[in-house]
Design a protein around this ligand. Structure first.
Ligand code: FAD
Length: 467
């Protein structure tokens, strides 16, 4: 996919995303997200035409709800906020198969993933800066609303670069609430700077940017072919590339891996993939809320990344975790955007449409109804704790998620180590493994920890038989 490193995604005009923002779109990626257009203060982000380019934000519509993910070398970490909470054992057990041992992950794989992602919590001196007013205010509201487990998050940022932003010697980006279109100061430690850089440093890995995988096929005498389009930065196909391999690891994320797998199964290039491929898709129970009309200022440039998570808060509709998403507002709005994560009560599926050749994603309209009610309940409590303000649901018109997970789930489409059933040598190691939710937390750390655990086993047991 696009190699954003080659060009450096430096923008110095907040609120004005240009062609580097969006993966092969013709506008800045927001028009099909009515919810986003409703956010107070985000009017400058309303759809703007941009030339077609291999930018970093991939907006993927689906029936019943849309997905936002990242594109390019570094994946969704190019656009994510970099929050890395670990689920509680109770919340994890409520969604994962019982054979996936939380204790082992907590002892070994979560800490290892945090080390490799170079995560650390927001330091006190940065938190005390005026720019972080809304973060401190959110923490106070959450504690006063009775969220007893409000914790400082692990985040993957270089805090010295954020200090430079605040001192005026680096372009204000993370500290101005920007991450959705990349962090232009270089403060964010996206995975191209951590995991991928470590892999490339071994000399055994070659990253091929701007190669879009279109098909994977099993070969009659064993092994697989991977068909790619090598494209230019405007998305034009330069050539078709075919790679022969003994093993293939799907890591295109929970939007695109299930698409590739469902299509391959249904057109017969990977005919032995099972019926569970393309099922168990979830939104992680995400619901966005705008808390507005607050009695105190929240500032226009709200310093990020999000610093605190109010986790596993009981409500009459089930437990929910919540954080405040600092954003660049064009003026003082006395508002803060909140994201609640509850437990989904329904799951989506992927279907191959033989008429169009496309794979369509279907999400049940009531699939995260309980999560929505729990989020609204907690947000109303925050408004009461604030002494004024109302909680408005952002996705009321059309649902969307920034945390798509599932579609090739552990223990159904795959075994418990990411081996796809039916085709030895095929693996899935990304968010598609997750059963619709990571247990009331953001998914990236759990995806990394589960992948670490899968790879421990794959590298020990499959090296001689498959590779
Ligand atoms: C705005 C935003 C903020 C977020 N904030 C957080 C956060 O703070 N904390 C958190 O835990 N999670 C966050 N997330 C979610 C998190 O980033 C993802 O869950 C996680 O990165 C998914 O990892 P993955 O490995 O499954 O796939 P991805 O990181 O999505 O990687 C998939 C890769 O595959 C490539 N690809 C896709 N299709 C093809 C193809 N056909 N051929 C070749 N390559 C292909 C893509 O370009 C991409 O590089 C956020 C997401 C968004 C959108």
């Amino acid at each position: 996919m696009a190699d954003h490193r080659a060009r450096g995604h430096v923008r110095d005009q907040p609120h004005r995303p240009d062609r580097r923002a969006v993966w092969l779109g013709t506008n800045n990626g927001l028009p099909w997200l009515p919810g986003w257009s409703n956010l107070p203060g985000l009017a400058p982000l309303l759809p703007l035409p941009v030339p077609r380019f291999t930018g970093i934000l991939d907006a993927v519509p689906g029936t019943g709800g849309d997905v936002i993910c990242g594109a390019g070398v570094g994946g969704t970490s190019l656009v994510y906020a970099g929050m890395l909470p670990q689920p509680s054992e109770e919340a994890f057990a409520a969604v994962f198969p019982s054979q996936v041992p939380y204790a082992e992950l907590a002892a070994e794989h979560y800490p290892r993933a945090l080390r490799r992602l170079r995560a650390s919590p927001i330091p006190d001196d940065i938190l005390a800066h005026e720019r972080y007013t809304s973060t401190r205010t959110y923490l106070r509201y959450a504690q006063e609303a009775g969220a007893s487990r409000t914790e400082r998050l692990n985040l993957c940022y270089d805090w010295d670069v954020i200090r430079a932003e605040l001192a005026g010697t680096a372009v204000p980006s993370a500290s101005a609430g920007e991450y959705l279109w990349g962090v232009n100061s270089g403060a964010k430690l996206s995975v191209d700077r951590t995991y991928l850089a470590q892999a490339e440093a071994t000399g055994r890995v070659t990253v091929k940017p701007l190669h879009v995988v279109t098909d994977v096929s099993a070969q009659p005498r064993g092994g697989y072919t991977v068909e790619c389009q090598r494209i230019d930065e405007a998305g034009n196909t330069l050539e078709r590339v075919r790679v022969l391999c003994d093993a293939v690891v799907f890591a295109a994320g929970a939007t695109h891996t299930p698409e590739l797998l469902v299509r391959a199964r249904d057109i017969g290039t990977l005919p032995r993939l099972n019926e569970h491929v393309g099922t168990g898709f979830g939104t992680n129970g995400d619901r966005f809320i705008v808390l507005t009309g607050l009695p105190e200022p929240t500032l226009s440039r709200q310093g990020g990344p999000p610093g605190f998570l109010a986790r596993d808060v009981p409500t009459p509709h089930g437990a929910v975790s919540m954080f405040h998403v600092p954003l660049p507002m064009p003026f003082e709005t006395r508002s803060m955007v909140l994201l609640g994560m509850g437990k989904p009560n329904g799951f989506g599926t992927f279907h191959h449409n033989p008429l169009t050749g496309q794979v369509e994603r279907h999400w049940p309209a009531d699939g995260d109804q309980a999560a929505g009610l729990a989020t609204k309940h907690l947000a109303d409590r925050l408004a009461r704790a604030a002494g004024g303000g109302i909680a408005l649901e952002v996705g009321a018109v059309r649902q969307f998620t920034v945390h798509p997970v599932g579609g090739a789930v552990l223990g159904t489409a795959c075994d418990l180590y990411g081996r796809l059933h039916g085709h030895p040598g095929l693996y899935c190691l990304d968010g598609s493994l997750i059963p619709g939710s990571t247990g009331l937390v953001n998914p990236a750390l759990t995806i990394a920890a589960i992948t670490e655990r899968c790879l421990d086993t794959i590298l020990t047991h499959d090296l001689r038989t498959v590779f």
